[in-house]
Ligand binder design. Structure first.
Ligand code: NAG
Ligand code: NAG
Length: 522
């Protein structure tokens, strides 16, 4: 491990050790609100609710109303909503009901549902994915009040499938962070325990989904932003193979040619069966690349697993419950007939160096120290940090931290960068070859279950578990596998490029074996 990375790691662990009791104390003294119980309707999958509308079990207006009411009930506790369009959604639902009625009269209802498999089903959107007419300031003070003029490409495809958007939800500033908090719309709470973060950057979506306030989410992942909140909130989240689901309209979008390899738009859901449904819709004309219609035989699957990237002291160790969950998942898949291999990917011990070197080689990463009124002027990092103590801060701490990593490159010497970039390419080749077209790799999503608000700084090394797979361009799913106390536990299922269907098949199997998403205790 690079000396600089080692030193930063040790300092962070020390801070974590010293501050943990304070965080614990602060959360012990905080309010103990719980989300109210859901109705049975709020527990159903998107596929099931789409069927209910199709079969006339309920109208789209009834369905949309039920989810709007649920959001209104839980949002005062969560602070997940940035902007809503309830009146428009209800008007659209009314029009959908009229169309369905007309199609039924003309014997064309099969046709209309074939074209629009999500007709009349409500959904929610991470603010950064752009929903026309809604806020797209993405937690950035200087963009306060700005609105999307068009839909993000994936949002448009979901709308074309007949689904009705209800709202846009909270993220960290410009998605630069792993906790959902910003200076514009505040901090989002985890519904399992409100003193904890839902993770980020799709934390608003994670929080809403987890308590049945959304049917499904359109979210995005550049360094864990779908998988981390899915894991912290006990729902499913899939980061697809890049280059299949269109990412146009995402904020931020970098001009670097590698950006579309790292940033992916994808679904978060309460039920595994909704993942393939949404991937097919969000991929538009590219859907055949996912090959989701090809059946996967768990009996013929090869399963590799690791419970930790490394046991090197500078990095936070993985929580015992998560290690156990990875082993239990491997064992269970073995019992289902898969061949569990003992092979490990040793190179993962260099995850920090590989991720940082490749990721921060991108050009035009947002510079949070640039003065927005005068792009030639640089602000001082120290002054910006001090403003968080004395008041008047204009940049979130997480965004400043991100810029700090960008500026220092974690003290990895410049000349070593290309070395690590080459090693990342080799690792991708190695994993791709090893997993082939029938292998998956089970791994933690993060070092622990959801941590308390603002603990992200001392726990940042945990993101090596997700970020590397953006850098490598491999598909990965966060799968809930139980609870640890009140908080959800999850594991990550990774496959070779374009083998998303293997991740999904394993997610479905683990849902059967471990029970999948559970509503928070109330
Ligand atoms: C979030 O901030 C925006 C400012 O762009 C504001 O319009 C919106 O009302 C805020 N949302 C909430 C729920 O406070
Ligand atoms: C298909 O994928 C390409 C990138 O590989 C993307 O540019 C394009 O927008 C996608 N097309 C559709 C219809 O989603």
């Amino acid at each position: 491990m690079e000396v600089g990375v080692r030193i930063v790691g040790v300092i962070l662990r020390l801070i974590n050790f010293l501050l943990h009791p304070l965080f614990w104390l602060a959360s012990a003294r905080g309010p103990k609100l719980r989300v109210p119980p859901p109705k049975p309707l709020h527990l159903r999958s998107a596929a099931d609710l789409a069927r209910a509308v199709r079969d006339g079990e309920m109208t789209s207006q009834e369905l949309v109303t039920a989810f709007i009411e649920r959001v209104k009930e839980v949002n005062p506790i969560l602070n997940a909503v940035v902007g809503e369009r309830y009146a428009s959604a209800l008007a659209e639902a009314k029009e959908v009901d009229r169309q369905i009625e007309e199609a039924r009269r003309n014997g064309k209802s099969q046709e209309i549902f074939q074209k629009k498999p999500l007709l009349g089903v409500p959904f929610t959107v991470k603010e950064s994915c752009s929903l026309a007419g809604m806020s797209n300031s993405v937690g950035c003070l200087e963009n306060a009040g700005s609105r999307a003029t068009t839909d993000g490409a994936a949002v448009r495809l979901v709308k074309e499938a007949g689904a009705i958007p209800l709202l846009v939800s909270n993220t960290p500033e410009l998605c630069l962070g792993w906790e959902t908090t910003n200076l514009l719309n505040g901090t989002t709470n985890n519904p399992y325990c409100i003193s904890h973060t839902p993770g980020g950057s799709s934390g608003g979506e994670g929080a809403l989904l987890a308590c049945g306030a959304s049917v499904f989410s359109v979210a995005s992942d550049i360094a864990g932003s779908i998988r981390l909140p899915a894991a912290f909130c006990g729902v499913f989240g899939h980061k697809p193979t890049p280059g299949i689901i269109p990412i146009e309209g995402h904020i931020p979008t970098l001009n670097d040619e590698n950006y579309p390899k790292f940033l992916t738009v994808g679904p978060m859901t309460r039920k595994a069966e909704d993942l393939p449904l949404l991937l097919n819709i969000m991929a538009g004309e590219n859907r055949s690349k996912f090959r989701l219609d090809e059946p996967v035989d768990i009996n013929k699957l090869k399963v590799l697993y690791m419970t930790e990237a490394t046991d090197a002291m500078p990095l936070l160790p993985v929580h015992g419950g998560i290690k156990q969950a990875v082993r239990a998942a491997a064992r269970y898949l073995g019992e289902c007939g898969a061949a569990v291999s003992q092979e490990k990917f040793e190179e993962l011990e260099n995850s920090v160096e590989l991720s940082i070197s490749v990721f921060f080689s991108m050009k035009d990463i947002p510079n949070m120290l640039q003065d927005p009124t005068n792009p030639k002027r640089q602000r001082s990092l120290l002054v910006e940090l001090l403003k968080h103590i004395v008041g008047g801060a204009t940049r979130s701490l997480q965004a400043l931290g991100f810029t700090l990593i960008d500026k220092t490159n974690l003290f990895i010497p410049q000349h070593r960068r290309s070395h690590y970039c080459e090693r990342a390419d080799k690792l991708k080749e190695h994993i791709t070859r090893t997993l082939g077209t029938d292998g998956v790799f089970l791994y933690p999503v993060f070092t622990g279950p959801a941590h308390r608000h603002h603990e992200v700084f001392s726990r940042a090394s945990g993101v090596l578990y997700t970020m590397l797979f953006n850098v490598l361009g491999l598909p990965a799913t966060a799968v809930p596998v139980g609870l640890c106390g009140d908080l959800p536990l999850a594991i990550q299922v990774i496959a070779g490029p374009n083998q998303d269907r293997l991740c999904i098949a394993v997610a479905k199997q683990l849902e059967i074996g471990f029970g999948g998403w559970r509503h928070p205790r109330h």
